[in-house]
Design a protein around this ligand. Structure first.
Ligand SMILES: Cc1cc2nc3c(=O)[nH]c(=O)nc-3n(C[C@H](O)[C@H](O)[C@H](O)COP(=O)(O)O)c2cc1C
Ligand code: SF4
Ligand code: SF4
Ligand code: SF4
Length: 650
C-alpha cells in the first residue's frame, strides 16, 4: 500500500497493531501464537535460522500454520544465552535453543500447553528457571528507548515498524512543523552525538540548516570499527527504519534531498536489512518523490565501507563516499560547511539517528528526564571480554559502571577478580576498580582518562595483563593509521615497539618515561581523532597499572601470566603421577619422562601453548618463573590479548 497521507499511515498501523500488542504483553484474545526467533548476527551465527526453518516445517507437519506465526526479530541483547526464541502470549523466553530442540518445543509448548523447563533461562544466583522475559533481571534493569523495537518487530517488515508508531514523526515534521521548531526540540532534548565526540546534535543540525548552499546531504555513519562494539550493527539489524525515518526528518530540517548510509561490508545482515528497508520505504512512498503528498523528495543510497577504522572519522568517510582514499583532512571546513561533493552535509551516527523519532514522538521534556546534567537520554553499550552476560544493553546516562558490569552484566566469570574496563575501544582508556561507582557520561569518563566512544565496553579480569592490553590496542591503531601525518604514523609504531619490548622482557625503566612523553606528543600533534586518542590505552594503563609495567621491566615477570616470553612451564614433581598425558598433548615433543618418575619440560623446546596444562589430570603443571609460578586452572582457554585468536575473544 502506498502512503499518501496520514490516514493511510494510520490504517497501516491499525492493521498490525494487535500483533505488536500481544508481543508487548497484552492478552488481546488474538487467537494466535507468535514465536519470535532472534535473527541478529550473534544468534544467526549460532544457527537461529535453522531453528526458524525447523519451526516452519514442524508447524506445517502439525497443521498449525493457521494459528501459529513464526517471526524474525532483531537482537534482544542477551547474546551470551542465544539463540533466543520467545513465545507470545506469555512472553516466554527460551534460550540456547538448538534446531534439534524444535520438535520438543512444538510438542510440549504448543500441543501439550506446558513450558519446556530445561530451555528456560536459569538464574545464576538461585538456579531458578524463569519463564517470562519480564522477570529476568538482565532485562528488568534496563531502560530500552533506542532498542525498544529490537526483538519486538520483524525488521524486514515496514508495516510492523509503522505499527510501533514508525514514520508518524516524519509525517508530523513534513505536514505540520517548521524545520526550526524541530531543530529546537532536538536541541532542548539535550541529545549529543553517539559516535564518540558527544557533539550536541541540535547544534549540528542548526549549523547545516544555516548554510545557504544547495544541494545538501544527510549521511549516516554506520562504520563502527571499534573492536568489541556492536551497538550500531544491532540497531540496523533490528530496527533499520528508525534510522531511515530519522534521516528523512533531518533532510527535511536542513533542506536535503539525498542521503547516504556508510556501512561496513563486514555487516552483511545489517546491509541486507537496510536494502530491504529502503526498498520497502520506497514502495510505501516513505522514501522517494513527494512524501505525504507534498513536494518534499528524499532518497537514500548505501555506500559499503571496506572495514578501515579510519573511515569512521567523518572527513575520511566523506572522501570514501566520493570514491577517494579514506584519509582525514583538517577541519574547518566542517562537513556542515563542505561535505559530500563539497556541499553542506550532516553526519550523524546510527544510534544518534535512532534517538530522533522517539524524541519527537514523546517530547524533549520526556527525553530530558533521562541522564545527567550534561548528558541526556540513554546509551546502548556492548559488553564483551570477561563478563558473564556478553551482549547489548541500554541504560540511562549516568548509570554506574558497577551497575552495568556487576548487576546487568552479571559480573566476572569463574569468580575471578575484576581488574579494569576498557571503554571507548582503541581510543579509550582502562578504568580501574576505584572508579566503578562513578555515574558515567561523556565528561566523567574523560576526567578519568577514558572516553565514552561509541559504547563498547571490554571487561578485564585478573587474568588480563594491562601491558599486553596496551600493546594489543596499539597494534590495532598502528595497523589502522592512514599514514597521512608523522606523529601518528611513526609515533604509534615507536609506541608499539616499546610495548612489545616490555612484554618480551627487554624493557628498561626509562622506557616508561619515553612511553608517556611520546604518547602526549602523539596526542597533541596528530591530525585526526585516531592519532589524538591512540595513546589513551597507554596513558591510562601507565597511570593506573604502573606496577604491572614495573614488574615486566624490573622483575621480567608478567603478574597476570599472559606475556609468553616471560613464562615458563614447569612440572610440580610432588604432584606428578607420571601418567604421560602431558607428553602426548605436547605437539613439539618438549616433555619427556619415565615410569614412576616426575615428567620434565624442556624450556628450549616449549612453545608455551599450554596444551599440557589443559591435559594434566593432577593440575601438576605450573606457569611462571620460580617463586612467581602460579597454577593456571583455566589455561588453554584464554591466555591474553595478543594473538589473533584473542582478538576474537575481545
Ligand atoms: C578514528 C575515528 C573513527 C570513528 N569511527 C566512527 C564510527 O565508526 N561511527 C561513528 O558514528 N562515528 C565514528 N567516529 C566519529 C565521527 O568522526 C563523527 O564524529 C560522528 O560520525 C558524528 O556523529 P555524531 O555527532 O552523531 O556522533 C570516528 C572518529 C574517529 C576519529
Ligand atoms: S592522525 Fe593518523 S589516522 Fe589521522 S590523519 Fe594522521 S596518520 Fe591518518
Ligand atoms: S606448553 Fe605446549 S609446548 Fe610447552 S610443554 Fe606444554 S604442551 Fe609442550
Ligand atoms: S599429565 Fe600431569 S601428572 Fe601426568 S605426567 Fe604430565 S605432569 Fe605428570
Amino acid at each position: 500500500m502506498k502512503v499518501e497521507n496520514i490516514e493511510d499511515l494510520k490504517a497501516l498501523k491499525e492493521k498490525h497493531y494487535p500483533l505488536i500488542k500481544q508481543r508487548l504483553g497484552h492478552r488481546n484474545g488474538l487467537g494466535l501464537t507468535q514465536i519470535m526467533v532472534c535473527s541478529g548476527s550473534s544468534c544467526i551465527s549460532s544457527e537461529s535460522q535453522a531453528i526458524l526453518r525447523e519451526l516452519e516445517r514442524e508447524l506445517d507437519d502439525y497443521g498449525l500454520k493457521e494459528n501459529v506465526r513464526v517471526v524474525k526479530t532483531g537482537c534482544l541483547g542477551f547474546c551470551q544465552h542465544g539463540p533466543v526464541v520467545m513465545v507470545h502470549p506469555g512472553e516466554i523466553f527460551y534460550c540456547q535453543v538448538k534446531p534439534e530442540d524444535v520438535k520438543e518445543l512444538v510438542q510440549t509448548h504448543l500441543i501439550d500447553g506446558k513450558l519446556v523447563e530445561r530451555m528456560l533461562y536459569q538464574e545464576d544466583l538461585t538456579g531458578r528457571r524463569i519463564p517470562s522475559i519480564n522477570d529476568i533481571h538482565f532485562f528488568k534493569a534496563q531502560e530500552r528507548v533506542v532498542l525498544q523495537n529490537c526483538g519486538v518487530i520483524n525488521p524486514e517488515d515496514i508495516e510492523e515498524y509503522i505499527a510501533r508508531d514508525g514514520y508518524f514523526a516524519l509525517a508530523d515534521v513534513i505536514l505540520n512543523k517548521q524545520p526550526g521548531e524541530i531543530i529546537d526540540i532536538i536541541s532542548k532534548s539535550g541529545l549529543r552525538g553517539r559516535g564518540g565526540a558527544g557533539f550536541p546534535t541540535g547544534k549540528k543540525w542548526e549549523m547545516t540548516a544555516a548554510q545557504d548552499v544547495t544541494p545538501k546531504y544527510v549521511v549516516c555513519n554506520a562504520d563502527e570499527g571499534d573492536p568489541g562494539a556492536f551497538m550500531d550493527r544491532s540497531i540496523l539489524e533490528g530496527d533499520p527504519h528508525s534510522v531511515l525515518e530519522a534521516m528523512a526528518i533531518a533532510a527535511c530540517c536542513i533542506g536535503a534531498n539525498q542521503g547516504y548510509i556508510y556501512v561496513r561490508a563486514e555487516y552483511p545482515v545489517a546491509v541486507e536489512r537496510l536494502e530491504i528497508a529502503i526498498k520497502q520505504a520506497r514502495e510505501t512512498g516513505l522514501l522517494g518523490k513527494g512524501l505525504f503528498g507534498t513536494s518534499f523528495d528524499f532518497d537514500i543510497e548505501l555506500r559499503l565501507g571496506a572495514g578501515a577504522f579510519v573511515c569512521g572519522e567523518e572527513t575520511a568517510l566523506l572522501h570514501s563516499i566520493m570514491g577517494a582514499r579514506g584519509e582525514p583532512r583538517p577541519r574547518p571546513p566542517y562537513p556542515a560547511q563542505e561535505g559530500v561533493w563539497g556541499k553542506p552535509t550532516l553526519i550523524n551516527n546510527v544510534e544518534t539517528y535512532a534517538n530522533i523519532p522517539i524524541i519527537l514522538r514523546r517530547g524533549w521534556e520526556w527525553y530530558q528526564g533521562y541522564g545527567t546534567a550534561t548528558t541526556k537520554g540513554t546509551k546502548v553499550f556492548s559488553l564483551a571480554g570477561k563478563i558473564n552476560n556478553t551482549g547489548l544493553i541500554e541504560v540511562p546516562m549516568g548509570t554506574s559502571l558497577r551497575t552495568i558490569i556487576f548487576d546487568i552484566g552479571g559480573g566476572i566469570p569463574g569468580g575471578r577478580k575484576f581488574k579494569a574496563v576498557q571503554t571507548g575501544g582503541p581510543s579509550g582508556g582502562c578504568i580501574p576498580e576505584k572508579f566503578l561507582d562513578r555515574p558515567i557520561d561523556y565528561e566523567s569518563l574523560k576526567e578519568i582518562g577514558s572516553i565514552m566512544g561509541s559504547g563498547g565496553m571490554i571487561v578485564m579480569s585478573e587474568d588480563n595483563c594491562m601491558v599486553d592490553l596496551a600493546r594489543f590496542y596499539l597494534e590495532f591503531t598502528q595497523d589502522e593509521s592512514c599514514g597521512r601525518c608523522t606523529p601518528c604514523r611513526v609515533g604509534t609504531k615507536r609506541l608499539l615497539e616499546i610495548l612489545k619490548r616490555i612484554t618480551e622482557g627487554q624493557g628498561e625503566m626509562e622506557d616508561l618515561d619515553i612511553l608517556e612523553r611520546l604518547s602526549l606528543d602523539i596526542r597533541d600533534a596528530s591530525l585526526c581523532g585516531l592519532g589524538q586518542t591512540a595513546p589513551n590505552p597507554v596513558l591510562s594503563t601507565l597511570s593506573y597499572f604502573k606496577d604491572e609495567y614495573i614488574a615486566h621491566v624490573r622483575n621480567k615477570a608478567c603478574p597476570a601470566g599472559v606475556c609468553k616470553a616471560l613464562l615458563e612451564y614447569q612440572v610440580d614433581e610432588e604432584k606428578c603421577v607420571a601418567c604421560g598425558l602431558c607428553a602426548k598433548a605436547c605437539a613439539v615433543g618438549a616433555i619427556s619422562g619415565e615410569p614412576k618418575q616426575p615428567y620434565r619440560i624442556d624450556p628450549a623446546k616449549c612453545v608455551k601453548c599450554a596444551a599440557c596444562v589443559a591435559r594434566c589430570p593432577k593440575k601438576a603443571i605450573f606457569q611462571g618463573r620460580g617463586k612467581e609460578a602460579t597454577i593456571i586452572e583455566n589455561a588453554g582457554i584464554f591466555t591474553g590479548t595478543g594473538s589473533q585468536e584473542n582478538r576474537a575473544t575481545l
